[in-house]
Design a protein around this ligand. Structure first.
Ligand code: 5GP
Length: 207
């Protein structure tokens, strides 16, 4: 994974006459397998930067600050809103999540492709700001399977799961704003589809 410092230093730049980097946005309801798919993508493509989001939610067990998220206070987040520092931000499940504009602009200028794992509201803002972004929506095979996966993960309370299910239905309803939709009914197949889409753009196959 490439760090902020690497971007500043220009490490991983494609070529001297480098073009600007592309933004790949991945969204999915919780439990649709997005984290696994994002990890697979990062492993597959050299020089792909992962955009580490900022959030006001509490870290989950095993999550590291600066790796999974930048965990910040509500006050700090709201200050950045007032100062117009976010390229996009949204309130998801009661917490703020956002992507810093300065990070994205620097990463794009460095020529690296960037992977954003954000929700539908954030996607709309990124598409408005960077219309060439490549957006991909990951669908769970069904809502029942989604609920089952969330329950088996054991990370959320009953109330939390209900809130995530309502949000999932709302997000699935809006999937048509995405350029690509992948159904994750089989992980290997979904990874192959996802890497195939990213490969196509990286080879200049589709603009
Ligand atoms: P979680 O708390 O489960 O890690 O993430 C909850 C939701 O927030 C997921 O749908 C995830 O894609 C979304 N999310 C994570 N980072 C960002 C961000 O920077 N901006 C927006 N808009 N959503 C985000």
């Amino acid at each position: 994974m490439t760090s902020d410092a690497d971007i500043t230093a220009g490490k991983n730049d494609k070529t001297a006459e480098s073009k600007t980097g592309r933004l790949f946005i991945i969204s999915a309801p919780s439990g649709a397998g997005k984290t696994t798919l994002c990890h697979a993508l990062m492993k597959h493509f050299d020089g792909m930067l992962y955009s580490i989001s900022y959030t006001t939610r509490e870290p989950r067990k095993g999550e590291k600050n600066g790796v999974d998220y930048h965990f910040i206070s509500k006050e700090y987040f709201e200050k950045q809103i007032a100062e117009d520092k976010w390229a996009e931000w949204a309130k998801v499940h009661g917490n703020y999540y956002g992507t810093l504009a300065v990070f994205l602009d620097k990463a794009i200028a460095s020529g690296n492709d960037i992977l954003l794992d954000i929700d539908v509201e954030g996607t709309k803002q990124i598409i408005g700001r960077y219309p060439d972004s490549i957006s991909i929506f990951i669908m769970p095979p069904s809502l029942d399977i989604l609920r089952f996966r969330m329950e088996s993960r054991g990370a959320d309370s009953r109330e939390g799961i209900e809130r995530r299910m309502i949000n999932a239905e709302r997000e699935i309803f809006q999937r048509s704003i995405y350029k690509h939709v992948i159904i994750n009914d089989n992980l290997l197949k979904a990874v192959a589809e996802l890497t195939g889409i990213v490969e196509m753009y990286r080879k200049g196959g589709r603009q």
